[in-house]
Write a protein that binds this ligand. Sequence first.
Ligand code: SAM
Ligand code: SF4
Ligand code: SF4
Length: 385
Amino acid sequence: MKMQGSYPTIPVLDQRQGSLKIPPTAGAHAPGLVKDGLNRPLRDLRISVTDRCNFRCSYCMPKEVFDKDYAYLPHSALLSFEEITRIAKEFVGLGVQKIRLTGGEPLLRKNLELLITQLAALRTTEGAPLDITLTTNGSLLARKAQALKAAGLQRVTVSLDGLDDAVFKKMNDVDFPVADVLAGIKAAQDAGLGPIKVNMVVKRGTNDHEILPMARHFRGTGVVLRFIEYMDVGATNGWRMDEVVPSAEVIARLRSEMPLVALEACAPGETAQRWGYADAQGQFDPALGEVGVISSVTQAFCTDCNRARLSTEGQLYLCLFASQGYDLRSLVRHPEGMVDDRALGDAISAIWQGRSDRYSLLRATLPPEAQGTGARRVEMSYIGG
Ligand code: SAM
Ligand code: SF4
Ligand code: SF4
């Protein structure tokens, strides 16, 4: 490991600076469940369908960097829906049960419903339908919810960082009003895309005073609000540890007004810790529902991380904080590099078996002043959250 000052830096590089070499695949294919070097299965595939977005959230795509001169991927570089489905099928054959479409803003990708229809036809190794979900900023949801549901989407997660228009507009930096996101959430509920999750990234001094109003608003509505610790993803958001509000503090603030009880995780590898609203007797009241906290910074969940990420142009990333990916597009597109399905599955299997990524766990071993430092990483808008 390289040294920066007196601290070890976690090696991270830049996006789109070439790809990692796909390891030799001989004997790699174990149909069914594949495990990585830390014995973690492959269960969850996040697919970024565009690197573009109509918001400029300061923590993700700050305006100063993602301006009119920013070089987004040309359309020809994007994986086609057929290429995505072909790659996804091999992931599913290795154990993936859940697919999340993301971006950029996934609803900006034209005819996304067609991709959802293709993915919905896939079956897990146990013959079950996939859990297909999507993370969106909600801006186009009111218009698209019905069609997404009809295509086979099961659920949506909507990002919303506050209820106060001034706060929210400052965070999305394109003057987008809260009311339109709430209308999107309502449309998704009406279309049967529930249970809906709402993600709120909490930044100290920017929107932490919105924690309680957001909880009050969504309690008892069937919507699961999740508070996300502001992360040091990418290289452009100027992350600072003192802007992170630890989940423990979020829970303490909620508890000052609303009694909560800890709930069990729904599935292994789940990122959120669940808390149920309690009734007057201190028991979980399902009618009031639950909240979650995602403690990516203060409580690393790498030990159970079963997520792979496919970038818009077909790079496979093994960690949200990775610097380089494996070029799967070359295996499904170029005549000289094209392989059959079996060899594609072998390649993915070999890559996963060689995985030992655990960025958040390693970061937690650094002293606070060294956290978030180090070389450049891939942007979240490029590989999706
Ligand atoms: N545009 C869609 C949206 O905002 O929901 C999908 C892509 S966005 C990259 C996925 C999720 O990542 C969003 O919930 C967003 O709030 C979250 N996110 C982006 N940058 C983040 C950061 N620095 N720390 C924590 N979460 C972040
Ligand atoms: Fe766009 Fe989502 Fe990033 Fe905000 S968090 S800039 S909505 S991709
Ligand atoms: Fe998974 Fe990487 Fe996040 Fe750890 S830091 S939980 S390995 S994506």
